[in-house]
Design a protein around this ligand. Structure first.
Ligand code: GLC
Length: 474
């Protein structure tokens, strides 16, 4: 079986969030299970030179973007046993950052078209193309409208994976013809709420739609979570499936992680104390092993739960003997809120406004409790990293958080869970964790159980394989 994984970011080349982690690890897991999986992504300016140096130029072709004819260079590199194709066009991709340009619709229409156009040139005819999020959502639409009956493109199945339904690729109606190159009669495939919606097109035209946890697959049928796509998803429920993400347990291993000042494991957790002291020092907090460190590593945006945190953080800092550590960048209101409060409570709150994956590892390793109170969370990877690094998650019961964290109230479970999106319910869950930490023996048992949770790709990679096989059969 051959799978082409089309994605707008992938680790280790370039990543802005969880999508990059998944694209960097699922294809590797599929290859290990003897599935021929290759990845195709844009050749961004921001990919480090050391990776560019190892790319091989294959050929160049011309790709249509509506009436435009654009250059498309195809480069290839092998990493971790997986072959990656890089789509080169300097006009679209030789820019700062990955997303957020005024012409993103055109950039990713080009990329999606290129994913299909390169197929005759790479000596790899896929049985399945797995697309991800709105940036590649047009691939199934182009395939079904323009390629399905073209020689050399027959019988390809398309899977569309939703990593976050909040970002849909919504544009004005003028994008339909002039940018995406569709005709008026294709409009119903892409139109939603009077806009051209790339994600809707992906849902309509793919053979299967997946999302990144079973709970989220149910949640997005509800208007509260679906950002306007619930009715189309309810109509297409028969092809929707939630498959929980895994994490790369090799590069995220506290026993080997080079970013840590000392390594540790579930069997030998002693050095976690070294990591904790070092983190306290790094953040300018008093080095005290007896005070629980509560960490947050996240984009600082409301839907990750920062509106709740903003309500009760000062109450937490003044009523409990805790230290809070925050790492992330995001909305100005949260960045200033944390900076101001850290100035007021320098011994209790350590803040780094940055995107820094080595420090993120040190936060997982050096903290005791990991707070992730998301309003919605398609899967969430941070809670899995936290578990693996022995930091006990406090989460809201939503999406993948619900599927990976069970409340330890009844002596089972691996974390602390609250149900309603309410600041004091969150505070109560944090307090339960803080009081749990005071019971040294009980906490050590909980931490070991958390560290032993298996969130590797094993089971989920097999579910993808089963899905692909079923599609090919029909
Ligand atoms: C998005 C989601 C996150 C998920 C990740 C990978 O970033 O917000 O919950 O873990 O994609 O699928």
């Amino acid at each position: 079986m051959k799978v082409l994984y089309a994605v707008s970011e992938a680790k280790p080349f370039i990543a802005s969030g969880g999508l990059g982690d998944v694209a960097g690890s699922l294809p590797v897991a599929l290859r290990r299970r003897l599935i021929g999986c290759r990845v195709v992504m844009p050749l961004y300016e921001g990919i480090p030179q050391q990776f560019k140096d190892n790319m091989k130029f294959i050929t160049h072709i011309t790709v249509p973007v509506s009436w435009r004819r654009q250059y498309c260079g195809i480069f290839e590199a092998k990493y971790n046993g997986v072959i990656y194709y890089f789509i080169d066009n300097q006009y679209y991709f030789k820019r700062q950052g990955i997303y957020g340009h005024y012409d993103d619709a055109e950039r990713f229409a080009f990329f999606s078209r290129a994913v299909l156009e390169i197929i005759p040139h790479i000596d790899f005819k896929p049985d399945v193309i797995n697309c991800n999020d709105w940036q590649t959502a047009l691939v199934p639409v182009y395939y079904s409208r323009y390629y399905a009956r073209r020689e050399g493109f027959e019988n390809i199945k398309t899977v569309f994976t939703i990593h976050n339904i909040q970002y849909q690729g919504k544009y004005g109606r003028e994008v339909l013809g002039d940018v995406a190159g569709f005709s008026e009669e294709d409009a119903p495939l892409l139109e939603n709420d009077g806009c051209i919606n790339f994600m809707k097109g992906g849902i309509e035209c793919s053979n299967a739609v997946t999302t990144v946890s079973p709970t989220y697959a149910g949640e997005i049928l509800d208007p509260w979570y679906a950002y306007g796509l619930d009715s189309i998803l309810n109509e297409r429920k028969w092809k929707l499936k939630g498959i929980l993400n895994g994490i790369d347990t090799v590069s995220n291993d506290p026993a080997a992680d080079p970013a840590l000042p000392a390594n540790f494991s579930a069997e030998e957790p002693q050095n976690k104390a070294v990591c904790k002291a070092a983190l306290q020092k790094e953040l300018g907090l008093p080095e005290n092993p007896d005070v629980p460190v509560i960490a947050m590593v996240s984009r600082l945006v409301a839907h990750k739960g920062f509106d709740l945190v903003k309500c009760v953080l000062e109450e937490l800092l003044t009523t409990e003997n805790v230290q809070v550590a925050v790492l992330g960048t995001g909305e100005w209101q949260y960045e200033t809120f944390f900076n101001d409060l850290a100035a007021k409570y320098p011994d209790k709150l350590g803040v780094k406004i940055a995107f820094n994956s080595a420090l993120a590892s040190r936060m997982y390793a050096g903290s005791d409790i990991f707070l992730m109170p998301s309003k919605s969370e398609p899967c969430g990877l941070s809670q899995m990293f936290a578990l693996r690094y022995g930091s006990i998650p406090v989460v809201r019961a939503t999406g993948g958080l619900k599927d990976t964290v069970q409340d330890s109230g009844m002596n089972e479970g691996n974390g602390f869970v609250f149900e309603d999106y309410n600041a004091h319910d969150m505070l109560h869950a944090i307090r339960r964790a803080v009081h749990g930490f005071a019971d040294t023996e009980g906490w050590a048992i909980l931490r070991k159980r958390a560290m032993e949770c298996d969130n590797s790709w094993g089971k989920s990679a097999n579910e993808y394989i089963k899905l692909y096989k079923n599609l090919i059969k029909n």
